[in-house]
Design a protein around this ligand. Structure first.
Ligand SMILES: NC(=O)c1ccc[n+]([C@@H]2O[C@H](COP(=O)([O-])OP(=O)(O)OC[C@H]3O[C@@H](n4cnc5c(N)ncnc54)[C@H](OP(=O)(O)O)[C@@H]3O)[C@@H](O)[C@H]2O)c1
Length: 241
């Protein structure tokens, strides 16, 4: 697929999956606005994209746990473009520990503020730009922990709660934005590996006994947004090893 002429926003793009997707989308010609908690991290990935593919990419600081920062990020993007075609809600703090007491109160509050409230506010403040697109997509990187009664992960209950909030938001927005032609695509992956983002051509060699890779999750995102506009893929779920 080609993303030339598409404007894409990716949160939490300073490393991991956000970086993977940014590099892949850059190779397909998307114009990218990337955010990370650290402006340096976002700018560094933007520079990597430019060097790799020559795509247009710019990095911004945005701590999703800070409502003013979310508004400022959306405002900065609005000052540069009149529309956003794809918003990828990727940034979310991971919290480890099966027991509620395994994390400090501040870490719990931050995980919920960034993953839950931050996702709601990001969609809210990018909505005017998404509405200006002829066919926009909101893509949510959720997690298998948000599947009903999926108790396999040892992540912290607050992480379950943050991802559950994202799933609830995605569910209602998918229905409410459909009449406007805006698709809400959510992915519920289990743990996936941080594979080489630029080794997409390697994906044909991957086998069923290997864990899911970030590159394969990126393939799912790119597949979903490439579908014709009558095809509203709501969610991706994965069989675990
Ligand atoms: N990797 C997996 O196995 C897996 C499985 C299921 C779902 N997911 C979801 O997929 C997405 C990306 O995964 P990943 O593996 O790249 O995640 P990760 O390694 O857990 O990193 C989390 C990302 O979110 C960012 N982030 C954390 N708190 C933030 C905040 N308050 N504001 C802005 N950004 C924040 C981090 O940025 P910093 O660099 O600033 O920390 C980092 O880029 C996440 O939503 C994750 O929950 C991942």
């Amino acid at each position: 697929m080609e993303l030339a002429g598409w404007t894409m926003v990716i949160t939490g793009a300073g490393r991991g999956f956000g970086r993977t997707l940014a590099l892949r989308a850059g190779r397909l010609g998307a114009r990218l606005y990337l955010s990370a908690r650290s402006a340096d991290a976002a700018r560094s990935v933007a520079a990597e994209v430019v060097a790799d593919s020559g795509a247009s990419a710019e990095g911004f600081a945005c701590d999703l746990a800070d409502a003013a920062a979310v508004r400022a990020f959306a405002g900065a993007v609005a000052a540069r473009t009149g529309q956003v075609d794809v918003l990828v809600n990727n940034g979310a703090r991971y919290l480890d520990g099966a027991d509620l007491w395994d994390a400090e109160d501040e870490a719990i509050a931050d995980a919920l503020a960034g993953g839950a409230t931050g996702t709601v506010l990001t969609v809210k403040h990018f909505l005017p730009l998404l509405r200006a697109s002829a066919g926009a997509d909101v893509v949510n990187l959720i997690s298998s922990v948000a599947e009903p009664r999926n108790h396999r992960s040892l992540s912290h209950p607050a992480f379950y709660a943050a991802k559950g909030a994202q799933a609830g938001l995605a569910d209602i927005l998918s229905a409410r934005l459909r009449p406007e032609g805006i698709r809400v695509v959510s992915l519920y992956p289990p743990d996936f590996t941080d594979s080489d983002p630029l080794a997409a051509e390697e994906s044909a060699k991957r086998t069923a006994d290997q864990p899911l890779s970030g590159a394969s999750v990126a393939d799912c995102v790119l597949f979903a947004i490439a579908q014709p506009r009558d095809c509203f893929i709501r969610s991706f779920h994965f069989e675990q090893l």
